[in-house]
Design a protein around this ligand. Structure first.
Ligand code: F6P
Length: 571
């Protein structure tokens, strides 16, 4: 397969023969110190990546050559780095992570606007939590159903799951007595699952959609509206009053929210410079998270994001000390130089069970692109004239569950760079008498797996263990399999969740800048949406009694689809 770019510098990089094995490289103290960075209570250890010390130096030079520092600066300051949609990219501004807490787009500083919306959200959430804002029949709203999909869902669910088992040092769980559910899939089974066992009178519905036009979210919002109205049908005919009390919205499309029947004071806006998958810290995440956990926890979470924003910004021209740059360069190197374009995200923390799903969207929707020669000012690679594909495939599961599932392939099948995430303490410390400390048991695996991948097991070692000759080929491990370890000081606190989120957000941006792509658009998801509308129109006509042949006559559907549709409507 062709390598990524073929400029002289890239070829020079490729010329470095990687003859050293990981085993040797892992004993090189200077290399390990260079690739094991510590900042903001977090260690990123990339010493088990396949890069030699020399290659690392060259990759840092490449970072400089491609102008990543200037692009990061442009992003943080509000320049329109999303050049295909002509938009700024401001997720750091949502947590006061920009320089001087200013985010100026087209001459307007949005920092005060961000603070104003956040203030409204906290006030609203507090009045719901305290039972001052109540449902239509005066009952406390102790349940939130959050309707949204993609970027308006995955990140919020990851943060919610991460915080669900967090108990502050005060010992008081801020979510006591409260429920938060999500409804994303247009599959009607999902609405049944989301609403199961809930009471409409005590439920507040949050419709989260940047555009307020997404087909899945709109149909789910209407389904839940029916569910709420159905509950009240014998007691009240005041539909507007019921919806006004039980629905709120998060969107950039305020007129569409109002047209849905949501009261102006229950609409929380944000701005077109917040991308869907980067919107966790906008109203999209802040409304449900504040309702569930309250202002203090959310502020701690935002503080964690801010710490990483500021770290990345102040180290923007120093990849050698920048955590996000290190992660991005390792990943870029694996995908573009080693053709290792699949990455496993392996948190050794059950609360991070939905983190891989969020990362899947964040990384794959952002960087799964064609690297065409980009718009003026963004020609990352002079001389790179051919189209190449960028991005990696992400998947993952918490450890140790993953070990008993797909790790076999990772150890002896294909080479899959792994990202291990661990914590020095547990959210739920347990020590059963005469047993190992539960967190130590978990973390022993966190420390062992990267070494097993890197060092493998040789024929000689197996012979020394008297392994039967015929089993030796099956029991040898090649080793030399790369991974990166993230080790957080302490437990998974709201601040640590914020750090993790922001670290991956900035790593996405840096990697995209290295590839010379626009990480902030998503044209690739449009075609499927258009075709689904086309099929939907055909199905609607068939359901209205129009014969299939006639209904599809203008739809230009291919033969296999026509045949499948025939089976679908016949059964
Ligand atoms: O289809 C992809 C996408 O556009 C995502 O980028 C976005 O996060 C999601 O759909 C939902 O969009 P919205 O928030 O506008 O409903």
């Amino acid at each position: 397969m062709a390598r990524f770019f073929e400029t002289e510098e890239h070829l020079a990089l490729l010329d470095v023969k990687n003859e050293s094995s990981l085993k040797l490289m892992m004993e090189d103290e200077a290399r390990v110190s260079a690739l094991q960075l510590y900042a903001e209570g977090l260690t990123v250890d990339a010493s088990r990546s396949l890069m030699t010390a020399e290659e690392w130096t060259k990759l840092c030079a490449l970072y400089e050559h491609t102008g990543v520092s200037a692009k990061l600066e442009a992003m943080f300051k509000g320049d329109k780095v999303n050049f295909t949609e002509k938009r700024a990219v401001g997720h750091a501004a949502l947590r006061q992570g920009t320089p001087d807490n200013k985010f100026v787009v087209d001459g307007h500083d949005y920092a005060p606007d961000v603070a104003e919306v956040k203030g409204r959200i906290y006030k609203f959430a507090e009045s719901v939590r305290e039972g001052k804002y109540v449902g239509f029949t005066g009952k406390k709203l102790d349940t939130v159903v959050c309707i949204g999909i993609g970027g308006s869902y995955l990140g919020i669910e990851f943060v919610h799951e991460a915080l669900r088992t967090y108990v502050p040092t005060s010992g008081q769980d801020p979510a006591t007595g409260r429920k938060l559910r999500f409804l994303a899939n247009v599959d009607p089974i999902d609405s049944r699952r989301a609403l199961e066992g809930l009471c409409a009178e005590t439920t507040l519905v949050v419709v989260a959609s940047k555009t307020f036009t997404t087909a899945e979210t709109m149909l789910n919002a209407k389904t839940v509206r029916e569910w709420v109205l159905d509950h009240y049908k014998y007691t009240s005919k005041d539909e507007a009053g019921v919806i006004g009390k039980h629905f709120c919205a998060v969107s950039t499309n305020i007129p569409a929210c109002k047209a849905f029947g949501i009261k102006e004071e229950n609409i929380f806006g944000f701005w077109d410079w917040v991308g869907g998958r980067f919107s966790v810290c906008s109203s999209v995440g802040l409304v449900p998270l504040s309702l569930q956990y309250g202002e203090q926890v959310v502020e701690e979470f935002l503080g964690g994001c801010r710490a990483i924003d500021q770290h990345v910004y102040s180290n923007r021209d120093k990849p050698q000390t920048n955590l996000a740059a290190l992660m991005a360069l390792v990943s870029f190197y694996n995908a573009s130089y080693k053709n290792l374009d699949c990455v496993a995200i392996l948190p050794y923390c059950q609360s991070l069970l939905r983190f891989p799903a969020h990362i899947q969207q964040l990384l794959m929707e952002s960087n799964g692109k064609k690297a065409v020669v980009a718009a003026e000012g963004y020609e990352a690679y002079p001389g790179a004239t051919t189209e190449r594909y960028s991005g990696e495939i992400y998947f993952g599961e918490p450890g140790t569950n993953g070990q008993h599932s797909f790790y076999q392939l990772v150890h002896q099948g294909r080479v899959v760079p792994c990202e291990f995430i661990g914590f020095t303490q547990s959210q739920n410390p347990v020590h059963i008498k005469d047993c190992p400390i539960s967190h130590d048991e978990l973390m022993s695996n966190f420390f062992a797996q990267p070494d097993a991948l890197a060092l493998g097991k040789t024929r000689e070692q197996l012979q020394q263990e008297n392994c039967p000759e015929e089993l030796i080929p099956h029991k040898t491990f090649s080793g030399n399999r790369p991974s990166v370890c993230l080790l957080f000081d302490g437990a998974l606190t709201p601040a640590a969740v914020g750090k993790l989120l922001a670290l991956y957000e900035h790593r996405v941006a840096v990697e995209g800048f290295l590839w010379g792509i626009n990480s902030f658009d998503q044209w690739g998801v449009e075609l499927g949406k258009v075709l689904a509308k086309n099929v939907g129109a055909v199905l609607k006509q068939i359901r209205e009694g129009v014969p299939q042949e006639k209904a599809q006559s203008n739809a230009n559907l291919p033969l296999p689809t026509r045949k499948l549709l025939e089976r679908y409507v016949a059964n």
